[in-house]
Ligand binder design. Sequence first.
Ligand code: HEM
Length: 533
Amino acid sequence: PSFGTNVTGQGDALDQRKAANEKDDTLTTRQGHPVKDNQNVRTVGNRGPMTLENYDFLEKISHFDRERIPERVVHARGAGAHGYFQSYGKVGEEPISKYTRAKVFTNTEVKTPVFVRFSSVIHGIHSPETLRDPRGFAVKFYTEDGNWDLVGNNLKIFFIRDPLKFPDMVHAFKPDPVTNRQSMERFFDFVSQSPESTHMITFVFSPWGIPANYRNMQGSGVHAYKWVNEEGKAMLVKYHWEPVQGIKNLTQKEAEQIQGKNFNHATQDLYEAIEKGDYPEWELYVQLMEDGEHPELDFDPLDPTKLWYKDQFPWHKVGKMVLNKNPENYFAEVEQAAFGTGVLVDGLDFSDDKLLQGRTFSYSDTQRYRVGPNYLQLPINAPKKRVATNQRDGQMTYHVDSPPGINPHVNYEPSVLNGLKEAEKVNPDHTPHVSGEVKYEAISRPNNFGQAGETYRRFSDWERDELIANLADALADVDKRIQKQMIENVTEADRDYGKRLEEAIKRVQESVDDKEGHAVKEAEQEGMPSDPY
Ligand code: HEM
C-alpha cells in the first residue's frame, strides 16, 4: 500500500523482495530460508522419532494451526468483488448538490472504487447458498474523502426495530444450542412474540427470501440515513440498489434442486461472470423525505420495519455500480473485509433510527475482536487516499499512519512541533436539535401489521401460494401456542392471509406421510417477481 510509512522502515525491503521474487521460484520459510526438503520431517533414522529442533516444520504447522479467524457472528457465508461507482449527479432534474455535499455524489467525473461483499445471514461460513434467509449487500466506497460503507441487505426492511433485541433474535434463528440444528419452533417462538417482524417474515417466506443468486438481487440500506447539503440542511434518505441484470428469486423446490447439486452456486455465479467479463451492474436509487416525525403517515419514518412506498416517495436514480474484478485472495479481501454503519463521509449522516445507532457500535466492536485492533490497516479496509492519525501500536501494527514530513516524535495533537493539524471546516455542520425525557419506551406508531398485509396483497398469485406453503411447512410441527400466535399475527395483517395459513397448516399436518409434504400445490414461477415497493 502506498499510504503511510512502514513501522520498521521496511518499505524499501519489501520492494527489493518483490524484485527478487520475480526472478526466483524457490520456496522459502517466512524467515527467508530456502526450503530444501518439503516432503520429510527430520527424524532419528528414517522411521523416527522426530526431533524437537524441526524448526521449519514447527513454524509451518503452527502457522497452519492459526489459519482461521473467528467467522462473522452473522453473515458468515459470503462472496465479494471489486468495482466502481459513478454518480449521475442529479436527483430528478435537480443537481444532487441541492441535497448532499458528499463528493462521491457531487463529483460525476470520478469512478469511486468499491468493494462489495454479498452474504447470507444465519448459518456458518460454508453453509449452502440456497437457504431461505435475507442476503447481505455491503458496499465499501473508497471515496476521496475517506471510506463510506453502505451495509445493507437485499430486502428493504428488517425483522426488528430495537437493537436490544438483536442478540435474542439471532440466537433464536441460529442452530439450537443443544441439537445444533436450526429449529422453526425456536425461530417462530421469537417471531410470533415480536409482531413487528410480521412484515419481514412475509418477505422471507415468499420467493423473495431466496434470491436466485447475487447478481440478480436488489440491495437496500434499509434505514433512513441523512443527506446534508452545503448549508448544513439535512433530508432523510433511503438507498436501494437495482440489478441491471434483472431480479430473479427461487421457489422452495427450485432451491432444493440447486442445493442437491451445488451449494456454492451464488459464489460460483458471481466469480465466473466477472472472470468472463460479464460484469454485473446495479443502479443506485434514493428516496427522500423531509426530516421530522411526519404525523400524517401511519408509521414512523425512522422505523426500519417499514417501506416508504414508491408512489408516495419516488425512487430517484443517482448512480451506477459495476463489479469488474474478482478478489485475488479470498481470505485477505473477503474474509478480512470489515464494513460498518458508522463509516460515513462528509455530506452523509445518521438518522435517529435506534436500530441504526445500535448497529453502529456493534460492527467495529466485533471487528476489533474478529480481525484485530488494527483491522483498518489492512489494504482491503484502509482508505485509498490518505490516512494520518495519532493512533499507534497494538497487535499486528503494520505501519505508522502518519505521512513522511510529519515529525515522527509527535504522536499527539495539539503541538507546535510539526505534528498533524485539524482539518479546516469548510461547511457548516448539520446540528439537529433533540430534547425529551430519557426513558425505555417503544415508538408510538408501531403499526406492526398494516404493511405486512399490503405486501401480501401486492404479491403475485404464485408468490402468495409459495408464501403460504413455506410458512405452513415451517409451522406445522411447532408448539400449538406459537402456531396460534402466528396465525393471529398474519390475520391482523390480512384476513385471507390468516385463513389460508390456518388451512394450509392443517393440510400439512394431515399429510404427515407425504415426506415431501408441501401444504398446497407447489408454486411454479409465473411471470416476473412482483414489485411490492
Ligand atoms: C454483519 C450486527 C442489523 C446487514 C453484522 C455483524 C454484526 C452485525 C456484529 C458482523 C460484522 C463482522 O464480523 O464484520 C448487527 C446488529 C444489528 C444488525 C447489532 C441490529 C441491531 C442489520 C441490518 C442489516 C444488516 C438491519 C441490513 C440493513 C449486515 C450485513 C453484514 C452484517 C450486510 C455483513 C457485512 C459483511 O459482508 O462483512 N451485523 N446487524 N445488519 N450485517 Fe448486521
